[in-house]
Write a protein that binds this ligand. Structure first.
Ligand code: NDP
Length: 480
């Protein structure tokens, strides 16, 4: 199976004819090749995008909206094919691909197809000066979108949909580890009538193809989701060219549990917020802080539930934990479990690799819970991005708030309490872009999404994304 680049509406091989192996995490076998694209491929993609821009940016909102919604409908009608491809490429349970990843990718196109018809700009009457100002929100031109492997199509489309809705043309690169659904998306875009060159997808390594997008002098903006170190590197390359940057980076999110919460709801949601997608979601609550009065009960109930999670081949019915995305990632996660123990953490459950009959070389790991002696240990401070959580007790609100904020990241936080005053106090003081109270990962696509501190710069979602992908120009007219 050979993945090709999608440039100017056509599937093409990389110019250098170099290829990278693509692995199936469920069995550890190579099942295809993807282009190892170079700067030359990015240049061809850029030229296609630039050529399409004038016409696409002048397309009416109704027409853009119609095409985006058509893409959404086609994704929905190809749900099985896309879900199977996502699972094979990423190792996530098929049930998750079917119920979350692909439906959400479709929803991204539908949402921004609708949002663009409602996107308005401001006008300001300068009373007393006989002048009126109005703001134009104009597309930027050719923009770059770079996405990670954990929610492959979901995060890829989260960037592409607002970019093209706002009238830009795109050069995009999915993660080299999970190229399949991005590859299939080209077909859907052609069928939906997206004009050639509006979306161009270049596959390959971050350090070559990704770097070429970021360093391209005429690609006006970069929307990037991925690791914090990569984000810092991208910022360094892009900043001297004054590119617009949206960086959605890593997280080490606190899950704060007070004794007055709805216990059963908290317990089942906490299992999910810890281990959904094998813990490979930037929003997972990987640091669990529990009020000391319920700590022992929580510890015992939580560990019991985690032990019941079924690890297995991602296509098997009833499994909750599939394979980790790659061998190197599995090794990284396991080395963190070792570190946790070396730092005097107590491994309460999990942490062993799992051999699944018939798929012995797959990247399977039992979900792990580590009781940590201090919030300052490495497993409590560094992003692991796998099925590993830490737990520890706290006594007071002040103490837990301090620990929650004492990490370099600030993406999301979860709070479990029924005390409204405490909710308001803590929510306003948590250093995070998103706070969930008595729930987790409940998303309304109109809301701003993003992090503070080392979790990123800028916000995506709703009109925030459309503002990012447009430049505001103020026009001032004197009428006296
Ligand atoms: P990486 O930062 O390694 O990669 C992300 C993307 O950037 C990939 O497409 C990668 O390509 C590409 N890339 C790598 N180096 C460069 C470069 N020098 N220039 C341009 N592009 C480059 O992240 P992962 O794929 O490992 O994803 C996991 C990370 O993503 C975690 O830290 C996670 O927290 C974060 N994340 C953040 C989210 C948020 O919304 N804040 C949501 C989801 C994940 P390639 O893979 O081919 O190397």
């Amino acid at each position: 199976m050979k993945v090709q680049n999608y440039i100017n509406g056509q599937y093409v091989d990389p110019i250098n004819d170099e290829w990278i192996d693509n692995y199936c995490p469920a069995n550890g076998e190579v099942y295809g090749q993807i282009p190892n694209s170079s700067q030359d491929d990015v240049e061809v993609a850029y030229i296609a995008a630039k050529s399409a821009f004038l016409s696409w940016s002048q397309t009416t909102f109704e027409e853009r909206s119609r095409i985006l919604i058509k893409i959404s409908e086609l994704l929905e009608s190809n749900l099985d094919r896309f879900a199977e491809a996502e699972t094979k490429d990423n190792g996530k349970p098929l049930s998750l691909s079917r119920s979350v990843d692909i439906p959400r990718a479709a929803q991204n196109f539908r949402f921004f197809g609708n949002a663009i018809t409602q996107f308005a700009s401001e006008s300001h009457e300068s009373v007393g000066q006989h002048a009126i100002n109005y703001t134009l929100r104009q597309p930027l031109g050719v923009v770059g979108c770079i996405s990670p492997w954990n929610l492959p199509l979901y995060l890829f489309t989260w960037k592409i949909a607002p970019a093209i809705a706002a009238g830009n043309c795109v050069v995009a690169k999915p993660s080299e580890v999970t190229p399949m659904t991005a590859y299939l998306l080209g077909e859907i875009c052609n069928e939906a009538g997206l004009p050639q060159g509006v979306l161009n997808i270049v596959h390959g390594l971050g350090t070559t193809a990704g770097q070429a997008i970021v360093a391209h002098p005429d690609i006006k903006a970069i929307s990037f989701t991925g690791g914090t170190a990569t984000g810092a590197h991208i910022a360094k390359v892009a900043a001297p060219m004054f590119k617009k940057l949206s960086l959605e980076l890593g997280g080490k999110n606190p899950n704060i549990i007070f004794a007055d919460c709805d216990y059963d709801d908290m317990l089942s949601t906490t299992v999910r917020s810890s281990f959904a997608n094998q813990g490979q979601i930037c929003l997972c609550g990987s640091r669990i802080f529990v009020e000391s009065t319920i700590y022992d009960k929580f510890k015992s109930d939580f560990v019991q539930k985690v032990k019941q999670l079924k690890v297995g081949h991602p296509s098997e019915q009833g499994i909750q934990i599939g394979a980790l995305v790659s061998k190197s990632h599995l090794e990284k996660v396991m080395s963190y479990i070792k570190t946790g123990i070396e730092e005097n953490g107590k491994l309460l459950c999990g942490g062993n690799t799992v051999e699944i009959k018939g798929y012995e070389n797959g990247y399977y790991l039992e979900p792990a819970v580590i009781e940590v002696p201090s919030d300052e240990c490495r497993v409590n401070q560094e992003e692991i991005f796998g099925p590993v959580v830490t737990i520890m007790p706290f006594n007071t609100e002040e103490e837990v708030l301090k620990m929650a904020n004492k990490v370099k990241y600030g993406l999301s936080a979860t709070l479990w309490t029924n005390d409204i005053k405490r909710t308001l106090r803590i929510s306003s003081k948590l250093q995070a872009g998103i706070v969930w109270v008595n729930t987790w990962m409940m998303r309304d696509l109109r809301t701003p999404f993003g992090g503070v501190k080392a979790s990123g710069v800028g916000r995506e979602g709703g009109f925030e994304a459309l503002r990012f992908f447009t430049e505001a120009k103020n026009v001032c007219i004197k009428y006296d």
